[in-house]
Ligand binder design. Structure first.
Ligand code: PLP
Length: 385
């Protein structure tokens, strides 16, 4: 089946997933196997399913689908993106050093800095879009590079292939958080990354109605260990949330095209506004890593950040938006506006935050799939443009 599917187009695999119907009943939609446990036919016999923390049929379908879409052999589904990242770190040992993007999801920073660092894992937070910073941070005990590309919220792009070649020469692995691009636009494993991370909560599920997280890989060395971590930690994805993620995923290709088209219009409009100082969007041709984006990704997402000239405009915008919702998260069909300083990035110390550019004038937009004219009109009235 997988061999057949690998020859199909990306948008076909997105809508159809890894399993086209359930063999038992022929059901087209993935059945929600809401069972904690599974009966054994006899001693030493199993249906392949024993206990849902370890393995569940609905979860298996979404795992196979993510493996197919990200061109990996294996995928593991977790309750959240943070659950996936937390499991990922556990393949390393105290004393191992990891180079990690300094501009990244605030929760990832908090997990590494406030928790894993306490257990003796070593981290260097550097601007991974600047390759010389990676070289300078590498040590003999460096075991991994962890990148988010494009990064959150500054939209910096790191060179996946170059990072992979560099860390492989040193015997380490590259972990790439592909939440922003999704497999529709970018496949880090094809560029040499060893592990892909997803917050399925965002574009993959896409409807702001569930949370999920994934690790996708083809790494035989860590395969058993990762399964054991998933089983032992107990943060595996529930059957219902696996269903919702699969349900949302079907329209990913359509949604990403619309997110991209809408965001391109909004970014162009924002750039021309007198209250706006600077716009960060990977689809703008003067984005510092525009050429690299074109090389390693097939498109851009719906994520835009921008600086107001005046801090006072932030509160005004957040209070006055009517259609765009002032809420955390991203990647859903609804457009959201976030203030990274106090929301997604509040866990990051001021010095690091300011050095990466997350200041009091920065606003982040997750552009949804509404009509772009309505989104622009809403921004215009809220900004007093
Ligand atoms: C949201 C997010 C996460 C965390 O995912 P959750 O599903 O919220 O736990 C990790 N990485 C990126 C890039 C994210 O945007």
């Amino acid at each position: 089946m997988r061999e057949f599917q690998e020859k199909l187009h990306r948008d076909t695999n997105i809508v159809r997933g890894a399993e086209y119907f359930e063999p038992l009943t022929g059901a087209l939609a993935a059945p929600i196997y809401q069972s904690a446990s599974f009966r054994h036919p006899g001693l030493g016999e199993s249906t392949g399913f024993d206990y849902s923390r370890v393995c569940n049929p609905t979860r298996s379908i979404v795992e196979k689908t993510l493996a197919l879409l990200e061109h990996g052999k294996y995928a593991l589904a977790f309750a959240t993106g943070m659950g996936a990242i937390s499991a990922m770190v556990k393949i390393f040992m105290p004393g191992d050093h990891i180079i990690i993007s300094d501009d990244l999801y605030g929760g990832t920073y908090r997990l590494f800095h406030d928790y894993y660092a306490r257990y003796g894992f070593l981290f260097s937070f550097v601007d991974t879009s600047d390759f010389s910073k990676i070289e300078a941070a590498a040590r003999p005990e460096t075991k991994a590079i962890f990148i988010e590309t494009p990064s959150n919220p500054m939209m910096k792009v790191s060179d996946i292939q170059r990072c992979a070649e560099f860390i492989h020469k040193r015997g380490g692995v590259l972990v790439s958080d592909n939440t922003f691009c999704t497999p529709y636009f970018q496949n880090p494993l094809d560029l040499g990354a060893d592990f892909v991370i997803h917050s399925g909560t965002k574009y993959l599920a896409g409807h702001n109605d569930t949370l999920s997280g994934f690790i996708v890989h083809s790494n035989e060395t860590h395969r058993e260990k990762l399964l054991d971590i998933q089983k032992s930690e107990g943060a595996a994805l529930s059957p219902f949330d696996a269903f919702l993620t699969l349900r949302g995923l079907k329209t990913l290709a359509l949604r990403m095209e619309k997110h991209q088209a809408n965001a391109a219009q909004v970014a162009q409009w924002l750039r021309a506004q007198r209250h706006v100082e600077k716009v960060f969007y990977t689809g703008l041709s003067d984005h510092p890593q525009y050429a690299l984006s074109k090389k390693q990704a097939r498109g851009h997402n719906g994520m835009i950040s921008f600086y107001f000239k005046d801090e006072a405009d932030v509160a005004k915008l957040l209070k006055n938006v009517k259609l765009i919702l002032f809420a955390e998260s991203l990647g859903g069909v609804e457009s959201l506006v976030t203030y990274p300083l106090v929301q997604t990035h509040s866990a990051i110390p001021e010095a690091i935050r300011l050095s990466t550019g997350v200041n009091e004038r920065l606003v982040r937009l997750s552009i949804g799939i509404e009509n772009p004219d309505d989104l622009i009109a809403d921004l215009a009235q809220a900004m007093g443009a």
